[in-house]
Design a protein around this ligand. Structure first.
Ligand code: IPE
Ligand code: IPE
Ligand code: MG
Length: 257
């Protein structure tokens, strides 16, 4: 089946009214957590959960694109996830490669613009093929004007912030910039998410209540949403429910109502 439906399917409202759709977040962040527990509960290896997790991701990308959400940033692999077993890491990376090679045409057709955020140059040897596939995906979809899909891979927010500081410090040391000229906008422009609005809505599945080094700077005023659903079970309906919650939130940004 094609990844994206026909135009009629796109108009499907699901749990949302047209008014809700007007109030959707511009930028959604998702910490896709719980693949391992999902598999273990079924007496299966953790990699089985990652496989199911990729399937869940496919549906959420499609829904985001159909709803006209501007940007979706998903946490696929953290800088800390290298501490897992070699088997689990290679299963996960393999699944990502498979996903990109299989879905790229379809994503491209839907005008999805793919950006990998994180240090993909810092991947260990043996993953060159995966790396090349990721670069190719980015290059091919760079000019697309649909959903901006950011895949956080080998991503750590603290590392991202330090890297931004280093870039600006380098320019200051070269005499291009005085430290007091550095603005928040300039700083944001050095992050992997340069050019994107801050995260409006952050979803974490599997019941955990932590950021785990994800988009610390960009989530300054994000609305949080946690669900006990494990990521492989997070379907379109669960996503709609989450989005519906967002439309009812009152955002204040430090002001008063
Ligand atoms: C999230 O699921 C996927 C990644 C971290 C890559 P986990 O693998 O963390 O699953 P749990 O949290 O152990 O259940
Ligand atoms: C966060 O999940 C990373 C991803 C979803 C890729 P983890 O499962 O790695 O986070 P912790 O270890 O529970 O904080
Ligand atoms: Mg986890």
């Amino acid at each position: 089946m094609a990844l994206f439906g026909k135009d009629e399917a796109k108009k499907e409202l699901g749990l949302l009214t047209p008014e809700d759709i007007r109030r959707l977040p511009r930028h959604v962040g998702i910490i896709m957590d719980g693949n391992g527990r999902w598999a273990v509960r079924r007496g299966m290896p953790r990699s089985f959960g990652h496989k199911a997790g990729v399937e869940a991701l496919r549906a959420i990308i499609r829904r985001s694109s159909d709803l006209g959400i501007e940007a979706l940033t998903i946490y696929a692999f953290s800088t800390e996830n290298w501490s897992r077993s070699v088997e689990e890491v290679s299963a996960l990376m393999g699944l990502l490669l498979e996903y990109f090679t299989k879905e790229l045409d379809e994503l491209h057709r839907e005008h999805v613009c793919i950006r990998i955020i994180g240090d993909i140059s810092g991947m260990p040897k043996g993953l060159e093929r995966q790396q090349a596939a990721l670069y190719a995906a980015m290059d091919r979809t760079r000019e697309n004007t649909g959903l901006k899909l950011n895949i956080a891979l080998n991503y750590g927010s603290q590392q991202e912030i330090v890297r931004a500081a280093q870039n600006l410090a380098r320019r200051a040391a070269a005499g291009e910039l005085a430290p007091e000229q550095i603005t928040r906008e300039m700083f944001a422009g050095e992050l992997y998410t340069a050019g994107l609005p801050d995260v409006d809505f952050l979803i974490r599945t599997s019941g955990e209540l932590r950021l785990s080094n994800f988009l610390l700077y960009q989530c300054a005023y994000a609305e949080f949403y946690k669900t006990d659903i494990l990521w492989p079970d997070f379907d379109r309906n669960a996503y709609d429910e989450a989005l519906l919650t967002y439309t009812k939130r009152e955002r204040r940004f430090g002001g008063v109502k």
